[in-house]
Design a protein around this ligand. Structure first.
Ligand code: PEP
Length: 253
């Protein structure tokens, strides 16, 4: 399976800054020869402009989409609209959406359905709080989130899982490679029961949470870690390229 390195810019950068990143980044990416798939999720207002720019093994994602289809939903943008701009994927269920914008498991589920119906690939985000980790069974919390988000789906086509322990997002505190591996193995095990062993073997599971060039090699080299969802370190061309190079090196090695 190819590694994936995906950047989540969150609410950062003005349009001109996004373009100033994109040009050198995509040129440099075109010079690399690796196989890692590279994705960036910029702020939604820039997608239609940025999605005109592309590179080998690169695509654009949105950071979320509406839980609804077309209609009287002022301010919302649908998965179909995203698709029509050239976007290929969408992050759903990011912990910041769950915490600050009231995204319940039901809303996450509805968004997954909208996105898949629009043929967008879904980066399904899951993760536990520090309190939940310390309570002893973080795997149960994370697998319950996956269970809600995939309710009613008959297959796992178009899904990528991003495991992002909430206590590690933007805090500088990263999960250890062992903690990441053990959660990723639990997710793959749950996926095998839910969707079958082939779907589980082919499921990309990304790690997210203060991942940066200095810790990525150890995390990405774990057997069940298939790359990363990167916040802060995706904002700088050099750091993000370094992460791609690290994933490329592990893939080829
Ligand atoms: C994220 O929010 O998806 C994330 C992983 O952020 P950071 O890398 O900044 O912790």
């Amino acid at each position: 399976m190819r590694n994936i390195v995906a950047g989540n810019w969150k609410s950062n950068k003005l349009l001109n800054e996004a373009q100033e990143f994109t040009d050198p980044f995509l040129s440099a990416l075109n010079e690399l020869t690796g196989e890692t798939e590279v994705v960036i999720a910029p702020p939604a207002p820039y997608l239609a402009t940025l999605a005109k720019e592309g590179a080998y093994r690169f695509s654009w994602a949105a950071q979320q989409c509406s839980a609804h289809g077309f209609g009287a939903f002022t301010g919302e943008f649908t998965a179909e609209m995203l698709r029509s701009t050239g976007v290929q994927s969408v992050l759903i269920g990011h912990s910041e959406r769950r915490e600050h914008f009231g995204e319940t498991d039901e809303v996450v589920r509805a968004k997954v359905e909208q996105a898949l119906a629009a043929r967008l690939r879904v980066f399904l985000c899951c993760g536990e709080t520090l309190e939940q980790r310390e309570s002893g069974r973080p795997e149960d919390i994370v697998c319950a989130q996956l269970e809600h988000a995939t309710t009613g789906l008959t297959d796992a086509e178009g899904l990528v899982v991003a495991y992002e322990p909430i206590w590690a997002i933007g805090t500088g505190r990263t999960a250890t490679a062992d903690q990441a591996q053990s959660m990723h193995a639990a997710i793959r095990g749950w996926w095998a029961e839910r969707f079958g062993p082939d779907a589980a073997a082919n499921l990309p599971i990304l790690y997210g949470g203060s991942c940066k060039p200095s810790n990525a090699a150890e995390l990405f080299s774990q057997p069940d870690v298939n790359g990363g969802l990167i916040g802060g370190a995706s904002l700088k061309v050099d750091d993000f390229l370094d992460l791609v190079r690290i994933a490329d090196g592990l893939q080829n090695g």
